[in-house]
Write a protein that binds this ligand. Sequence first.
Ligand SMILES: Cc1cc2nc3c(=O)[nH]c(=O)nc-3n(C[C@H](O)[C@H](O)[C@H](O)COP(=O)(O)OP(=O)(O)OC[C@H]3O[C@@H](n4cnc5c(N)ncnc54)[C@H](O)[C@@H]3O)c2cc1C
Ligand code: SF4
Length: 503
Amino acid sequence: MSMTRHVICLGKLIMIERHKMPVQDPNLRAKNFDEVSLGYTEDMAVEEAGRCLNCINKPCVSGCPVNINIPDFISKVKEKKFNDAYKIILKTSSLPAICGRVCPQENQCEKNCTMGIKYEPVAIGALERFVADTCTELNLKTEENIKEEIRTEENKSDNSTSIKHGKRKVAVIGSGPSGLACASDLNKMGYDVNVYEAMHALGGVLVYGIPEFRLPKRIVNNEINNLKKSGVHFNTNVVIGKTLSLDDLFDIGYEAVFIGTGAGLPVFMGIKGENLKGVFSANEYLTRNNLMKAYDDDSDTPIMKAKNVAVIGGGNVAMDACRTALRLGAENVFCIYRRSEVELPARKEEIKHAKEEGVKFLFLTNPIEIISYDSNTNDSGINDGKNGCVKGLKCIKMKLGDPDEKGRKRPIAMDGTEFLIDVNLVIMALGTKPNPIIKSSNPNLKFNKNSGIIIDENGFTSCKGIYAGGDAVTGSATVISAMGAGKNAAKAIDLYLSFGVNK
Ligand SMILES: Cc1cc2nc3c(=O)[nH]c(=O)nc-3n(C[C@H](O)[C@H](O)[C@H](O)COP(=O)(O)OP(=O)(O)OC[C@H]3O[C@@H](n4cnc5c(N)ncnc54)[C@H](O)[C@@H]3O)c2cc1C
Ligand code: SF4
């Protein structure tokens, strides 16, 4: 037992301090793409699990978008029955190794944790990750065996509405977390599931957005391989809306379709200079690096490396872009955010890691123009080939005014406070919108003003047999909410195909 303070709580001797997640040294990790968080050891996990009070009302569970039975799985960790813990998690979550790494637990399960009222909440995410990693990587029992056991148990006690329907065909569009979760559940119910993915690689934002240093690709590939082994079919390089239409899918025999096409369309500010060489959307910058491995000198994909980099925005995407720029050799990376630190939307852990690695935050600051080298000669009259490239970023200081319709304080520009930052690369990480390609695939699909597909509470769209969920509906959100939407739609598709229920 480590040297930590304990307290008697609800009649139990409880360790007060939460086990910190072991991480790579910030000075080392800022120069490599290896995973930053190293995961709990077995001793740490068992001790941390011992902090759980096993509350009768389970407030943590109601904070989890897919309602994992948290106290039960944690009890199993305490008893070192890791496979049993894994089985409990897998009953409601299809991607635990991923969620344990990237879910914003501080706003979900851990926010509701009773321990958090007086002390630090139980590290639920770190325990979920430990269980998933232990059961897959140490191969105590392969994940597929455990999933197979669950399927068998579920078939034995099948009270669900699912009837034994042979192999009816369902198409899933997009292989991000919403599509994977939907495909996984439908496959378990006995449907013949085919996933259509526009890219050459599977996993959606999990592979092309979230960097290796936060979510290693082998973790995502492992989950996808398990789905392949369990019978889900995957088709890459197929763009629904271009290669095939939604109608084509019904024509070739699918009886229902789930759209999980995400929100991959970047948003720009509309300021002067956004077309200059050296301005990227975070999507493009991260995709070049993550999916096309541009950081590797042997990669065919080029990426711009710069000494001074500005990243505009304050969400997870902005943090990922800042930290990627550092790893690509930038000396100064400025994260420019128009509100204050309190309003930063990124996960607390990502902000902490970014600061430790040396990212400089400019709060209450808004860019107003990207400045270019306006001549192709430098001061000495020598052609330096920089014409049309980014030379700097003109910004203005902001103050916070009254709350807007979403309750967030409105940033207001302060006249006369303009200043210039010397940067050669500007990355826009202001959010994304659903990609419009799917719109062209069926004129009857209805969209809201933010280009999100309109659905009812079961994921049913305006078209018969077509369901949708994840970022394609909500705009950019979270992995777990996308996964929850995929699972929800799978249930509704089962009801529809079993009983013709469309609502
Ligand atoms: C850089 C970055 C960091 C993030 N960090 C976090 C985090 O730390 N925690 C968190 O919870 N969330 C995070 N998110 C958000 C999270 O990744 C998304 O909310 C989630 O991936 C959405 O899942 P999805 O299945 O709806 O869509 P996506 O993951 O976007 O997957 C959609 C898939 O559909 C494919 N597709 C699109 N159109 C078509 C078409 N017409 N035909 C065929 N296929 C198509 C796309 O290629 C893609 O593979 C982050 C997002 C980004 C971009
Ligand atoms: S709220 Fe916290 S202490 Fe209570 S059961 Fe959940 S994880 Fe354990």
